[in-house]
Every structure is written in C-alpha cells, then in structure tokens.
Design a protein around this ligand. Structure first.
Ligand SMILES: Nc1ncnc2c1ncn2[C@@H]1O[C@H](COP(=O)(O)OP(=O)(O)OP(=O)(O)O)[C@@H](O)[C@H]1O
Ligand SMILES: Nc1ccn([C@@H]2O[C@H](COP(=O)(O)O)[C@@H](O)[C@H]2O)c(=O)n1
Length: 688
C-alpha cells in the first residue's frame, strides 16, 4: 500500500504475467448487507478488503451482526451472523466514508426497519459523500411512512432515519423511484423492501430510463441467492413477492472485481507485446458483473482477449489502438479506462452516456479531462460525454496527475506511463507520470500499484536510482530506508549482501581468505528480504538472519571479504537486479562509483568518527548488546580505512555526489534534504 504523497512511475515499455483480482466491491458490499439482514451465518469467501468494505463491516458490527474471521491472506473467510430482519440496537451513528454502496442501501434498510421496529440511526460520510445525491431515494421512502431527516443539505447525506415500533408502511401502491441518476437507489429499495413484505407483494416502478442496468442484475442475482425471487417486468417494474424473507445460502464466493479487471485488460492491450499475455484471474466469461462488457470495448479498440470461467488473457492486437465512439451507459465505471486507452489510439475516441460520472467520487468528466490534458491530450467535455485525442507526436509531457480522492482516477491514469511505446525515434518517448495521493486506490484495490508494478517492464536507464554511500554508521541505512519509503521505491542494502556472504562462509567453514570459494558462495547467495512488524527482515537459505547480519562481528567479516575482487564481482548482478520500477534507493560504499555510475542522484553521507561511534553505541545498547564506545570507534575507523584503501571499488565520494555531513542533523532533516535534491531532479511541472 503506497501511503505516500505521490508515486512516480517511470516510462513503462511492456507488461506480462498474472494478476489475481481483489473481490468485487459491488458484490462484496451487497453480500455483506444481505448476510447481515438474513437469518443464519454466511461464510463469505474472497471478500474485498478495502476502505468501502471496511466501513460496511464496521456498520454491521455496530448494528449487532456477528463477524468472525478464519484463515489468512487469500484464504481468509468471514463468517457473518445476520440479524434475521430485526436490529439488535435501537440507536447508532454510522460513518460510511465515501462508499455509495454502503450509504444508499443501509439508508433504505434502516429507514424501513426503524419505521416498523423503532429506532434512530444516523448515517454520515466524508465531505464528498455529503455532496453525492440521495434525494431520489429519500423521496421514494418518505411516502411509505419512513421518517428521514436531512442533517445537512436537503437531498444529500448526512441523514437520520427514525421511527417507533409497530409502525406500518404504505406499500399497497407501487413505489416510484428515479432510475436515471443512479441505479443505486433502485438497488437500495430492492434490498430493503423484502424486510417488510410479510403482508403483501411490493412493487417498485422506475421513473425515467434506468441507467447502469447491469448493477441491477447483480442485485437481483444476489437477492435470489439469499431467498428473494423478484419478479421483473423489463427494467421498469420489479415485484417482491409477499412473504419474502432473507435466508443465508450458507456460503458465498465473491468474484473478482470486473471494474478493476479493466485496468489490466487495458494493460494487456497497450503493453503485452512480447509474446506472453497479461492473465487476469478472478473474473472471466462467467462473470455476473456488467463491467465485464468492458472487454468488448477493449477488443473494439484492438485488444486480443481469450477468456474462460474466472480468467481472461490479454495481448496487444492492433497498434496503435483504434479510436471508438461508444455509448457507455452499461459500463459507467470501466468506461473511465477507455478514456485513458484513447491516449494510444489513432484518432479521436468519443465516450457517450456518462452523465453519472459527474456525481461519483468526484466529477469524473471534469477530472478526466483536466488530467488527460496534463499529459498532452486534447480533450473536449460535455454534460454527458468526453472526447479524447492523443497527444501529437512530440507533445507527450511528464505529468503530475491529481487523483481527487478517486480510486479510479489513480488506477486509470497510471496507464498513461506507457508513452514510450510510441514508434521508436519519436521525441516524446519516455515521459514519467507522477500519481498524486496514490493511497486513494484503497477504496477498492489497496494493492493496485504493487500488482501493476509486478507486471510491467521499463528500460533500465529509465528506472531512477538514488545512491547513498558513506562510511560505517554514518546513517546510510536509516536514510536510504526512509527515502525509499517516502518514494515507494525498492531498497538495496548492499552491505547486507557482503554480510550474508560472510555468514554463509562461516556456516560452511570457508576461510575469509579463500577468494574463489567465497566468490562461489556470493554467486549462489540464497538471500531474501522482507518486512516484519519490527522493520526489514532477511532470510539466508530459508533461515531468518536479520539480527545475525547486524552484529559487529558480521560487519567486520563483511569488511574483510569485501576487499576481494572476485567476491565483489560475484555480487554485482545481484545488486543490479534490485533496479526495478518504480525506482531504487541503494546504500553502500560503491553504489554511485561502481554499481550505478549513471544514477541521477548520488549522496555521500558522512559524520564525524566520534558521532558515528556514539550512535552505534546507542544502537547496540538499545538492543541489550554491551559495547564500549572506544572499541567501537577503533573498529569503525579500521573498517573505514580498509574500505577506503582497498584496490577495488574503494569507498570515496562519486565526482557528482552531493556531500551530506549529518553530524548535527536529525534523521528527518537528512531525509528532507535528500528528497529536496531529488525533487530538483524530477521533470514534473508544479500544479497550482
Ligand atoms: N542523522 C542522524 N542523527 C542521529 N542518529 C542517526 C542519524 N542517522 C542515523 N542515525 C542512527 O545511527 C545509527 C547507525 O545508522 P545506520 O545503521 O543507518 O548506519 P549505516 O551507515 O547504515 O551503518 P553500516 O555502515 O554499519 O551499515 C542508527 O541507530 C541510526 O538510528
Ligand atoms: N557496497 C558495499 C557495501 C558494503 N561493503 C562492505 O561491507 C561491510 C558491511 O557493510 P554495512 O554497510 O552493512 O556496514 C562494509 O564495511 C564494507 O566493507 C562494501 O564493500 N560495499
């Protein structure tokens, strides 16, 4: 999860590999509410874990549902015990973030339950949620006898629904609801009204042309699984049969999110040109989600797609892509991805029927137009359409992309980083893209950027490297880790490779002077890095060695064997392999002079020997390891001397390195200094 102010994507050149999609947001939140209202316990498999589902789960827990988790990671299962149609608490204040799929159905369900069983429930969200309309739903609920108070602007959340026990709802006449602003109002009524259908059939009539019909199909499909067989007359009339009651189906599997699949279908269409496809698992030809029809639009633009139950495989077909003119009412969310694919099309792409974009997480038509212009596209927008013409040759620009706290803006616009795929020789090849506030993807796809970065390739020279070299205990490791964290970059602690080689030699009884044997060990080093609750961890040959690697003894052995040319040579490729998108921060002694001599930023970090010895002393004492400052100072000076005077790759500042003496600087000051130097090297224009 990239909880950082921005993520810089280098110009990307290709993509292949497999992505496993997170569960569908639309299905997850509907299943949670249905299971919460039903009697019995439902085992929910493959539930999406995201901001929107977390607010729904928190609301259900507050209302008295039982939530129990079993298993780990992808095998985690939620056992949700429902309320059986009766609320366990009479009052609640529910925070629903920016989740329309939680706000609308919960408002309807709580309104009808409060009106019949009594209670008082407040529903609120983030400021943007308070700008997203709910008036059409409220207008459908009030004539039934539901009490719904506007706590802010009429027609928008926050709301309070209340009532006294024993109330009856006026459900004799068809209930009318508008369908042309958001289909979520109809979904909300379809999910809520089975709770009060004991006496008679309840009919809902849709006013205006219903948009996003596939989402209603998902609602009807899931209602069926929970025991409610709605009778449907076209898209205008829906009848909930008398005596309907929610029953848990026992277990439900949430399929992968088809809207999220759109980014990877587009990725395949744009960038899978090397033989291997982009394979998408979790959604496929058997999907019940309307956004699966995005695949047809992608094919029309040139994608080559194969599919089966639960999977899709996508290659680049036609290139450049073909421009299209499409009514997107049936795929409102995934259609955003087409707007970005249009950057790679020949001609102008026109997407129509997208008025609903204006009332989503942000005004998506305005936002999309503004951000596509940042990369150099020509964009025309109207009340319910957008037209995108790709940048002219030479007109692609490095862009800093705003994301408007909208997950789809962040995910779509990340695909603008493929501009180097333009025919070679064009001056526009190679613009990086900065995604501002990338954490917003947490709404539906918390690991989106990790998933994307695992599939993409970039030219080596386009992947930025920041080198931090310097003497022992100058704070290189601390600084490098903090800079890597701040930028979302990969981290290379090159000293750990020498330390691990020394440890492997100790385990195998190889002498510190046996250069060929040490080089063999270095070349076959089975070393893995990861993260634990206490920071970065390391495993050598499957054994955790994090603490062992950090001992003074390991440092001294590393210092001795690192003077051997064959050992240094054997570790070179391993170090180069750390250079992966989106970028690398590497710390050591020769990062800027030998391993990454063309790195765009090099820092030579120093501090006085006295300061360094004191810091190392503190570090060891805090871990309960006894040490003497004088001995430590003598050791580190001996290591410095050996590192500086060895024949190969001696420790010295690169000619183009910034010198940073942090003797009197805090860690945070040093980090800010390096980030500010880095910012000065980046090509992104400031945004007002
Ligand atoms: N600017 C700073 N101010 C105060 N303490 C610092 C600063 N930078 C690092 N330290 C502290 O100094 C100690 C040594 O830092 P660190 O382990 O990062 O150094 P290093 O250069 O990577 O060492 P080595 O060369 O042995 O790997 C740590 O306890 C760290 O918290
Ligand atoms: N690029 C590097 C990194 C380290 N070394 C040697 O390894 C010793 C341990 O390194 P730490 O940074 O983990 O302390 C160090 O003293 C160097 O001799 C190196 O040569 N090149």
């Amino acid at each position: 999860m990239h909880d950082i102010p921005f993520l810089d994507l280098p110009p990307l050149t290709g993509a292949s590999g497999t992505v496993r999609l997170p569960g569908s947001k639309s299905i997850s939140n509907r299943v949670l509410l249905l299971a919460g209202l039903a009697s019995g316990t439902t085992a929910v498999h493959d539930l999406l874990d995201s901001d929107d589902t977390r607010v729904m789960l928190a609301a259900l827990a507050t209302l008295g549902c039982g939530l129990q988790w079993q298993g780990e990671g992808r095998h985690r299962v939620l056992h949700l015990t429902g309320l059986g149609g009766r609320l366990a608490v009479q009052e609640a204040d529910l925070f629903l973030g920016n989740a329309g799929t939680a706000m609308r159905p919960l408002a309807a369900a709580l309104a009808v339950l409060a009106a019949t069983h009594g209670g008082r429930y407040t529903l609120r969200g983030v400021p943007r949620m308070h700008e997203r309309p709910i008036g059409d739903l409220v207008d459908a609920l009030r004539p039934l006898g539901c009490t719904v108070e506007d706590l802010g602007t009429p027609g928008y959340p926050p709301l309070r629904v209340s009532g006294t026990a024993g109330g009856e709802l006026a459900t004799q006449q068809p209930i009318r609801v508008r369908g042309d602003v958001s289909s979520q109002f109809l979904t909300a009524l379809l999910l809520a009204l089975p709770l009060v259908s004991a006496q008679r059939d309840i009919t809902i009539e849709v006013e205006g042309e219903l948009i996003s019909k596939p989402y209603i199909s998902i609602t009807l499909n899931l209602l069926q699984r929970f025991g409610i067989a709605v009778r449907q007359e076209g898209w205008q009339r829906f009848t909930i049969p008398q005596g309907s009651a929610y029953r848990s189906p026992g277990a439900v599997h949430v399929e992968g999110d088809a809207s999220s699949a759109s980014y990877f279908v587009a990725l395949g269409a744009i960038a899978a040109h090397g033989g291997a496809p982009v394979r998408i698992e979790g959604v496929g030809s058997d999907s019940i989600q309307g956004d699966i029809r995005f695949v047809d639009a992608a094919v029309a633009m040139g994608a080559q797609v194969k599919s089966g139950p639960g999977w899709l495989e996508v290659h680049r077909g036609r290139w450049p892509l073909a421009a299209i003119d499409l009514d997107c009412k049936h795929i409102p969310d995934a259609a955003m991805t087409l707007a970005v694919m249009a950057l790679y099309a020949e001609g102008t792409t026109r997407l129509r029927g997208i008025a609903s974009w204006r009332v989503k997480e942000t005004d998506r038509i305005a936002a999309m137009a503004t951000e596509l212009r940042q990369v150099g596209a020509t964009v025309v927008e109207g009340p319910d359409f957008i037209e995108v013409t790709p940048p002219a040759p030479g007109a692609w620009r490095p862009a800093s992309i705003r994301t408007y706290d909208d997950h789809r803006m962040a995910m779509c616009l990340s695909l603008a980083a493929f501009n180097p795929l333009a025919p070679t020789g064009r001056a526009d090849a190679g613009c990086p893209v900065r995604i501002l506030e990338p954490r917003c993807v947490g709404k539906t796809f918390p690991d989106y950027f990790e998933a994307l970065l695992a599939l993409v390739t970039a030219r080596n020279e386009d992947i930025p490297v920041i080198c931090i070299d310097g003497p022992t205990a100058s704070g290189k490791g601390t600084l490098a880790a903090a800079v890597a964290d701040a930028l979302g970059y990969v981290l290379l602690d090159s000293g750990a490779l020498y330390r691990a080689t020394g440890l492997a030699a100790q385990w195998d009884g190889v002498a510190d002077t046996d250069e060929p044997a040490l080089a063999r060990l270095a070349g076959l080093l089975d070393l893995r890095f990861g993260h634990g609750p206490e920071g970065s961890r390391a495993w050598l040959r499957g054994r955790e060695v994090s603490e062992q690697l950090r001992t003074e003894e390991a440092g001294l052995r590393a210092s001795r064997i690192s003077a051997l040319p064959a050992v240094r040579h054997a570790l070179q490729d391993l170090q180069l392999a750390f250079r992966r998108a989106p970028g690398l921060v590497a710390d050591g002694r020769d990062m800027g002079t030998v391993i990454f001599p063309a790195a765009p930023l090099k820092v030579y970090l120093t501090a006085s020997a006295a300061t360094r010895a004191t810091r190392r002393h503190k570090q060891l004492i805090s871990k309960g390891i006894p040490a003497s400052i004088d001995d430590l100072r003598a050791d580190l000076e001996a290591r410095d001397a050996r590192d500086k005077n060895r024949a190969v790759a001696p420790l010295k500042p690169a000619e183009d390195a910034y010198l940073l003496d942090n003797s009197d600087l805090s860690v945070e000051d040093s980090v800010q200094q390096v980030l500010s130097w880095w910012q000065g090297r980046r090509p992104f224009p400031a945004r007002s």
